[in-house]
Design a protein around this ligand. Structure first.
Ligand SMILES: [Zn+2]
Length: 443
């Protein structure tokens, strides 16, 4: 494919602030960037052109919270409460198996699944994050890597504070990388120490890195924090400097149980809530108050969480569930309408990562991260309103082509252009599963 080309389709859903849809529309791409977006008649006939016909060209989806390599633990322990699931199943398995090789295979499996479903960027929190970066680069997907910061030794940080060294090293290594960025990933108020959290705030300010932390996921952790510190987790983080508008960009993952005093903090420009509704429901953590977040103008975006608590990395399911929960939990079907919901996985997500000027919508000057959704299918026929079709009817199986930085990385539903081979990745993943199964039987 040449450096300059044009994509055309029945709909171009720009997700710009005015909510412009061009129908039929076109997107002109030059050297990986969007050069123009408009109606079909605006296209110059001389350029190389891919006509998708009855399809929607939309910004690539952004998965704002995952633990990519946990895809190897998909289905390993289900139907358990969060603390039991973590302490008695996930953490022991991680202690036994986590290695750079595990992370490499798990991340490859995850990026395959995400890209094929139209996700063009994800924010990760796990270990040996260099391997996550490698898998992302091999497949051609964008990633923000987040080396997990915990108060106890982990597979990649025998001394808990070694994780800070990894973050510093990665911040240098990927400073100018086209696909990889770095974030400060503190696990939680209960598994990351106070000193570590203070250092996260400093590091974020010094290196201009966003912070991500699990917060108010389950009722129990909220109550424990209130008992231990006499304040909510959000207020505790604020006291440690993590919500300082001048220095940090922070995203609070889950926020199923915000306390009354938290709302003022959440309204700050530099704070985002990342909701992972499927994970919250599956772990029985609760129903996040999505409608109130939207009503109060709090930036709320979506993530899948890891595949061990979801159990897939499908942003379309997350999107639809978020909209339905907002309606069902308030008995009000007007809450979180389709167009508003789609912002949570596109432009609002880009803004949560301080990347709103580069990603998240189809506008001139932005990077050409694009998903092409095939509408010529039973589940998307007829189409009266494109937002309704995308949010309430379409799914990852409708994703036909995906572009990241103007490079076609999925073609006709299959990986293209990168160095990963799907059959090889699946075979490697099955090998890991055999080892894990055997260890559980023996152990
Ligand atoms: Zn998580």
């Amino acid at each position: 494919m040449q450096d300059a080309f044009v994509l055309t389709a029945r709909y171009v859903v720009s997700m710009d602030d005015a909510g412009t849809v061009y129908s039929p529309g076109c997107v002109e791409i030059k050297q990986g960037m969007i050069a123009s977006v408009g109606n079909l008649e605006d296209v110059s006939q001389s350029q190389e052109r891919i006509d998708y016909g009855n399809a929607a060209i939309i910004p690539g989806l952004i998965n704002s919270h995952t633990h990519a390599a946990m895809s190897l633990l998909r289905g390993v322990a289900d139907d358990l409460p969060l603390d039991d699931w973590l302490a008695n199943h996930i953490w022991p398995l991680e202690a036994k198996f986590l290695s750079p090789e595990f992370i490499r295979t798990g991340s490859r499996l995850a990026v395959l699944e995400m890209l094929k479903g139209g996700t063009t960027m994800f924010a990760d929190m796990y270990f040996f994050e260099d391997e996550v970066a490698g898998a992302a680069k091999d497949a051609g997907i964008r990633v923000l890597i987040g080396e997990g910061l915990l108060a106890f030794p982990t597979a990649s940080a025998k001394d808990p504070n070694q994780a800070f060294d990894h973050i510093l090293e990665q911040a240098g290594k990927y400073r100018d990388d086209e696909l990889v960025g770095v974030l400060v990933a503190a696990h939680s108020t209960y598994a990351t120490s106070e000193d570590q959290l203070r250092r996260c705030a400093q590091l974020s300010a010094e290196l201009n890195l966003p912070v991500q932390i699990h917060c108010a996921e389950g009722k129990k952790e909220v109550e424990e924090c209130l008992q231990k510190y006499g304040k909510s987790q959000v207020a505790y983080l604020a006291d440690l400097g993590l919500l300082d508008t001048r220095n940090t960009q922070i995203s609070l993952v889950h926020m199923v149980w915000p306390q009354e005093g938290d709302w003022e903090f959440l309204k700050r420009d530099n704070v985002s809530v990342i909701s992972c509704p499927q994970s919250n429901l599956k772990l029985g953590s609760g129903i996040p108050p999505l409608a109130r977040y939207v009503d109060e103008d709090i930036r709320v975006v979506l993530g899948t969480d890891g595949a061990a608590s979801n159990n897939n990395l499908d942003m379309w399911e997350e999107l639809r569930l978020a909209a339905f929960l907002a309606k069902g939990s308030t008995l009000d079907p007007t809450k979180l309408p389709a167009q508003r919901a789609l912002r949570m996985v596109t432009i609002d997500a880009a803004r949560a990562w301080n990347l709103g000027d580069q990603l998240g919508s189809l506008e001139p000057g932005k990077k050409a991260d694009i998903a092409v959704v095939d509408l010529d299918r039973p589940n998307t026929t007829p189409c009266y309103d494109i937002y309704s079709t995308l949010v309430y009817a379409a799914g990852s199986s409708n994703v036909k082509d995906v572009f990241v930085g103007g490079k076609r990385v999925v073609k006709n539903g299959n990986l293209s252009g990168g160095v990963l081979n799907e059959a090889d990745v699946l075979a490697e993943a099955r090998e890991w599963a055999e080892k894990i199964k055997k260890a559980r039987i023996d152990g």
